[in-house]
Design a protein around this ligand. Sequence first.
Ligand code: GGG
Length: 358
Amino acid sequence: MSTTYSIATIPADGVGKEVVASGRAVLDALAEGSQGAFDFDFVEYPWGTEYYQEHGVMMDPDGLEDLKKHDAIYFGAVGWPDVPDHITLWGLRLNICQNFDQWANIRPVQFLPGVQSPLRKADEVELDWICVRENSEGEYAGIGGRNFSGRGPGGEFAVQSALFSEFGSERIIRFAFDLARTRTNKKVSCVTKSNAQQYGFVMWDEIFARVAKDYPDVATEKVLVDAMAAKFVLHPEDLSVVVASNLHADILSDLGSALAGSLGLASSANLNPERRFPSMFEPVHGSAPDIAGQGVSNPIGALASAALMLDHLGLADEAKRLQLAIERTTGSGVLTRDVGGTATTDEVTAAVIANLAD
Ligand code: GGG
């Protein structure tokens, strides 16, 4: 019996359109090769900055209801220079993440064969770690405002508060421990700035220490975010699962992917682990207006995100197959220019499809 997975695609802005098209082609090729075992029904949504310019909103107001019908969401990138980034981000990506309670954002830092890393260590040891980003609150709680003190010019002030709930912090920390248990290096690094931010991060650290007691088989460490940035560069071999707040993990995961060779390689999953809502899979990178439309964007981050989506849909063997095809492709030197090659997006896509064959 064949299973059809309904996938909402939201390419959105800039290179998001190119890399989602690449992902669709690869997923279609996988389905074709499954001899009828499974198929994908893609429904594409035209939301993004162009939609905003036409309709005054980043997505259809009924769009969330519509998205609920799908098994997963495959997302491109959001943001374009014509509209302030906070409007486009909150109007689309964060609107979906927060309304669908996609509270766990998984961002693997993957070192691929054939891709040169600026880290000397990458030549000596195998590096592989995962950033677990709290994805529903923290610095992205949207709490604050702008006002005037009434003191005339220069009197405007702004408050941006971070919200850390015990419930929200504990669930992401437990998620990180559960993930660490599935890995060879059973270790969780807890990242905060609890020396300077004396409420939310202090509570986060306390919850981490409490939860750690339930996982005596998992090693732990507590590292300030600035020290963790240095550790990413100096001692990455010591990392396995890194759990951090919404903002800290966003910054650290960009650093991680740059250390792996390019932001264009980084994949991510925005998970609603309870499966009450669809989860969303997307490359970590943004819309890259400087190269959008030229056909040279790196599709690997989007393709590796498709592999995470396959795993989430229960197609674990297909996820492994896609991941292997990605590694064969980069290993054989088919690389876009951000990682030192000359291949186009379409050429990388075609190579990955060819490499899906056993
Ligand atoms: N594909 C990821 C994406 O479009 N990101 C845009 C962005 O600006 N994200 C900021 C954030 O999520 O913190």
